[in-house]
Design a binder for this molecule. Structure first.
Ligand SMILES: NC(=O)c1ccc[n+]([C@@H]2O[C@H](COP(=O)([O-])OP(=O)(O)OC[C@H]3O[C@@H](n4cnc5c(N)ncnc54)[C@H](O)[C@@H]3O)[C@@H](O)[C@H]2O)c1
Ligand SMILES: [Zn+2]
Length: 329
């Protein structure tokens, strides 16, 4: 529900007993606008996206005598929603749940697509389920309190959606940069709506990621390696990863060099970094470590035009050769 207000959340409760799961920052800012109901606050950051947090939440739900007539509502960014969705999907074999998505990244990405879960054993999103929430409210007013860097990270995923699926959206992103970064309501509403349309379209065709859904990982192969090695925010790492993936697409003869440069300019114009802060060999080593379980093969997302992606299964050795050849140019 793009443009819906958190003040209307009560209309979605529909006679059930709500329990809100949120984080301390979001509770501090918006608790006044929550409907009257029990509120469970979790801590902050990727480090709390764990099975231990899930266990604590189960205990709190038992204490509250929650059952299948309870509606669990995650109010927060991607971390809160990923955890709340997983808890709701598994507590008593599944209770109904919905989200109020409070970051740009979660509105355009994390809250769409039905992936819920937590990290485990040093691997991201290792334990989880596919399960769709009843509703997702994307209240654009909530974005006004976000730190600017979080907003920029959201735009990295919006640019990704344009790059893989809609060149006209890329034009729009390019032409409305200032208003977009200022969170001009009409501009952001259009971009959030179109992003969700693109992601939901892909997910509808391939919910469990056997094929097309992999396109949503554009920029994420290098992005994840950079994130792991440097700890820079996900959106920033993905921005750099997209620039690298576009250059590799040029290297393979799939994408005109001018298009790769244009994508880089757009990412740069949103204040996102475009140069890898670590060298290629260390990124490839990090990928090798990550992909050991899958026999060293990856599904790499290339662009064959701005607005059109294609996925190829390649070995890490092939990727290594491509990167070397690119660096020689
Ligand atoms: N399920 C999926 O398909 C999917 C897709 C993409 C990302 N994710 C996950 O999403 C997570 C990242 O999500 P995120 O970027 O939203 O991070 P986040 O949930 O940590 O939120 C970022 C920060 O902003 C704060 N915040 C949230 N809303 C705010 C508001 N309105 N005003 C001020 N501060 C606010 C939070 O407290 C937090 O400190 C990752 O764990 C990632 O794996 C999941
Ligand atoms: Zn991402």
């Amino acid at each position: 529900m793009v443009g819906e207000s958190i003040d209307n959340l009560k209309q979605y409760i529909d006679g059930r007993r709500p329990v809100i799961i949120t984080d301390t920052t979001v509770a501090g800012l918006y608790q006044k606008q929550f409907p009257a109901c029990p509120i469970i606050s979790i801590g902050l950051g990727e480090k709390i996206k764990t099975v231990e947090t899930v266990t604590t939440l189960f205990s709190q739900l038992v204490d509250l005598e929650a059952d299948r007539s309870t509606l669990i509502i995650g109010v927060g960014g991607g971390i809160v929603c990923d955890i709340a969705g997983f808890v709701a999907s598994t507590y008593m074999r599944g209770t109904p749940f919905g989200f109020v998505s409070t970051t740009l990244l979660s509105q355009v990405d994390a809250s769409v697509g039905g992936k819920n879960g937590v990290n485990f054993g040093g691997y991201k999103n290792m334990v989880g389920v596919f399960n769709q929430p009843e509703f997702v409210i994307c209240d654009l007013m909530l974005l006004r309190t976000l730190p600017f860097r979080e907003i920029q990270c959201g735009f990295a995923e919006i640019i990704k959606h344009g790059a893989i699926a809609d060149f006209r959206m890329l034009d729009f992103i390019e032409n409305h940069r200032d208003a977009a970064l200022d969170l001009d309501r009409a501009i952001v509403e259009h971009l959030v709506y179109r992003s969700i349309e693109i992601k939901a379209g892909v997910v509808t065709r391939d919910e469990r990621e056997h094929g097309e859904r992999r396109k949503l990982n554009f920029g994420h192969t290098f992005g994840h390696a950079i994130e792991k090695l440097t700890g820079i925010p996900h959106g920033e790492a993905v921005g750099i990863g997209m620039v690298m993936a576009a250059k590799l697409s040029v290297q393979k003869g799939m994408l005109p060099p001018l298009d790769a440069r244009r994508l880089e300019r757009i990412i740069d114009s949103y204040g996102l970094p475009v140069r890898p802060p670590v060298n290629a060999p260390s990124m490839l080593a990090a990928m090798r470590k990550d992909k050991k379980r899958e026999g060293g093969r990856i599904h790499f997302v290339f662009l064959d035009a701005l607005g059109s992606a294609c996925v190829e299964e390649i070995s890490l050795d092939e990727l290594h050769r491509l990167v070397n050849a690119m660096e020689m140019r």
